[in-house]
Design a protein around this ligand. Structure first.
Ligand SMILES: Cc1ncc(COP(=O)(O)O)c(C=O)c1O
Length: 450
């Protein structure tokens, strides 16, 4: 039975767009023009959870800010994770404009210098023996390429991934993903997509029972052994929507288990790469090199859809099949945006800023945790920070939603992950003063629900 448009979706992702709190917020904050735009949007676009009907309409963006159609500035700590260098970074815009004047599109049978330059740059930057790339116009399609390559390379088709993870919205990506919002009611998914069991209450998302991480790692060993035909383990090295860095030593042990069973390790760093966590790539925190690294989102400078699969020369083995074959595969404009983005990250010392300001934000929030029992945990790496709210040990979903709308009302946008985790993901170009202003808003919001 198709669901009614008015039925509220489940809260497996974050704030839902049909909630009574959303409605009340709109009544309080939107003028006639904004309401009319949202209504027109809703009349043309297919309705879906987490987008149409939309929250608000925006007309401009710059740096850490969005500007809504009422001219109000909104600090963007969400940005769909594309805004490592902020919105409309002048160097990115300039690179795009220059490339538009010279080579706006590159048909697939040709190459172009910017694409080659970007490939070389990524290979130089990535750790270990990662030395071959393939670009695509989006994270989900790059994940699809990785899944295909894993099948070709191993002759096996099964995968192991994590419940509650997200790897994109297409049918193959939701099969390995683990969010109910995307998987429920949609019918048969890819066969052979095993998932690590979800954590029992109170345990970390990686489901570690003890120092040896036996909850998850013993399971991996067991499944790889029993199934015998697992092609790949695919995971976000740091869980993004709920901001969960893995426990110490976790990925090193997982890597060993993969190697023992001939299973390829695929890391999805689509939202997390390019310095956000305080390293260019998240895997560098754990000293583990995957067989395939998938990046995207901010690679296009927050402007252009760009993603990349980066792998080893040993896996360059399917020259007679198509892994990607996407129309905008070697987009000269997208590659120019990506090169400018990498330059900004390195030359403006944005990774250093991420480390320093991340430390500052966590220290402030940890002081709040020590004071307010509702702040159950503060965690993160670099400038990706999660604040988990719990009341009497239980996830405080309603309170998290109230804090979010309080913040939105004060000009700060972010996401709520896993129902009760406020996830702060600002551009890495942010200043300490701007960050403190945002943290003041978050703190006031949390105090309002205590
Ligand atoms: C971890 C992760 N993987 C994959 C994707 C999909 O990327 P895209 O939306 O560019 O297809 C996302 C997007 O949110 C993501 O967060």
């Amino acid at each position: 039975m198709p669901k009614s448009k008015e039925q509220a979706p489940e809260r497996s992702e974050g704030d839902v767009n049909l909630s009574p709190r959303r409605k009340a917020w709109a009544e309080r904050h939107l003028d006639e023009n904004a309401v009319a735009m949202l209504a027109e949007d809703a009349s043309y676009f297919l309705h879906q959870s987490l987008s149409t009907p939309c929250l608000n309409a925006i007309q401009a963006s710059e740096g850490i800010h969005l500007e809504d159609v009422q001219g109000r500035k909104i600090m963007d700590f969400h940005g769909n994770s594309v805004h490592q260098v902020g919105h409309g970074h002048p160097r990115v815009i300039e690179a795009i404009k220059a490339q538009l004047d010279v080579l706006p599109f590159c048909p697939r049978r040709y190459t172009n210098q910017v694409a080659i330059d970007l490939a070389r740059r990524l290979i130089e930057l990535t750790p270990g023996n990662l030395s071959k790339v393939l670009f695509s116009p989006g994270g989900t399609s790059a994940i699809g390429m990785a899944l295909k390559l894993a099948r070709y390379a191993t002759g096996r088709h099964k995968t192991v991934s994590m419940w509650d993870s997200f790897h994109g919205a297409s049918l193959d990506a939701i099969s390995i993903g683990g969010e109910a919002l995307f998987r429920k009611d949609v019918g048969p998914l890819l066969p052979g997509t095993e998932h690590v069991p979800p954590p029992t209450r109170g345990k970390c998302l990686f489901n570690c029972n003890d120092e040896q991480h036996s909850g998850c790692l013993d399971y991996l060993d067991y499944v790889f052994e029993m199934q015998g035909d697992v092609a790949a383990l695919i995971a976000e090295p740091m869980r993004w929507t709920t901001v969960e860095p893995p426990p110490p030593g976790y990925w090193k042990k997982a890597r060993e288990i993969c190697d023992r069973h001939g299973v390829l390790l695929i890391f999805d760093e689509i939202p997390s790469a390019l310095g956000r966590t305080g390293k260019m790539f998240v895997c560098e925190h754990f000293d583990v090199v995957p067989d395939m690294l998938v990046i995207g989102k901010g690679l296009g400078g927050g402007v252009f859809p760009m993603a990349a699969l980066i792998t080893t020369a040993e896996l360059d083995i399917v020259g007679d099949r198509a892994l990607g074959h996407y129309t905008h595969e070697k987009s000269s404009v997208g590659c120019a945006a990506a090169l400018a983005t990498i330059d900004c990250v390195l030359e403006e010392r944005l990774i250093e800023n991420s480390i320093e300001l991340g430390r500052h934000a966590r220290a402030r929030l940890e002081a709040l945790r020590d004071e307010l029992p509702i702040v159950h945990e503060v965690r993160g790496l670099g400038l990706h920070i999660g604040i988990e709210l719990r009341r009497d040990g239980e996830p405080a979903g309603d309170e998290a939603d109230a804090v979010l709308y309080h913040s939105l009302g004060h000009g700060l946008s972010y996401k709520v992950g896993g129902g009760c985790v406020l996830t702060l993901c600002p551009p890495m170009t942010i200043t300490r003063e701007e960050l403190d202003r945002a943290l003041d808003i978050v703190e006031a919001g949390i105090r309002s629900v205590v």
